[in-house]
Design a protein around this ligand. Sequence first.
Ligand code: 13P
Ligand code: SF4
Length: 311
Amino acid sequence: MMKEDFSALYEEIDALKKEHNAIVLAHYYARPEVQAAADFLGDSLALSQKAGTTDADIIVFCGVHFMAETASIISPQKKVLIPAQNAGCTLAESATAAGLATWKKYHPDGLVVSYVNTSAEVKAETDYCVTSSNALKVIESLPKDCPILFGPDRNLGAYIMQKTGRTMELWQGDCYVHRHITTELIQSFLEQYPDADVLIHPESVACNDDAILAHPRCFVGSTSGILEHPQRSNKSLFVIATEAEAIVELARRYPDRTFIPIAPEHRCEYMKLTTLEDLRDTLKYMRYEVTVPEEIRAKALLPIQRMLSIH
Ligand code: 13P
Ligand code: SF4
């Protein structure tokens, strides 16, 4: 199959970025050609950190809505644009501020810890935000005698409980991609590829299974943890148990290793909504600004700042 030639679009995008002093941020799950147009690629934590430190005037977020919203909360003086207005997240949408308020009523002494995959309204009712990169460290930093309400990802929550031995109340949300990464699927790949390590994202349903956690060839880590793992391994073959596009960055970093996606049929369609044409049009028309009402932004900032300070 002939490779598509995107060079004219890349030129247009570069010129528009310069004209507007814009930075393009992209998550590793974005389309490969969109990743190639980004100034900065990262997982959720790295992207939030970059949104807070960049000196660009415009941030274009090639990811999903909660990521752009988080950037706008961190950097309200900047214009944050999203190329695909309807790029949602099933996990973020599983939790509402009203639902969280009811949950808190049942646990009035609890601390609320929310995954960054949440709306600004939910963050505003949260004590600490976390990403998959720093969730363990954040939970370990909290007083031992205090109940924790953790949401919305029940798989990440169950993984943290396993690792820390700490009981938490869990919101029952999950990601519609990672829910397909089951223990049975991982076991079948372990058998099929006896020389491979299996790298598993903690949003996966299998990540808190004792058999998986104890297996010498299984590693559970965030996207950045998965990207760093081959550096410390002498294996040449890896099964990648997360969203399949993460392989683009793995192949770029480790061209002499082989990476097999465990469930390539279950991609995050929200992350793929942004095309290069959308990115070009975003920069051309300065469109789809993401803003957060000031009273919500002011409340949501503290839990995000706490998240950014622990890594
Ligand atoms: P991380 O970027 O924290 O690994 O999370 C993965 C994800 O599903 C983003 O929505
Ligand atoms: Fe949300 Fe899952 Fe897509 Fe991440 S991969 S944006 S958690 S739906």
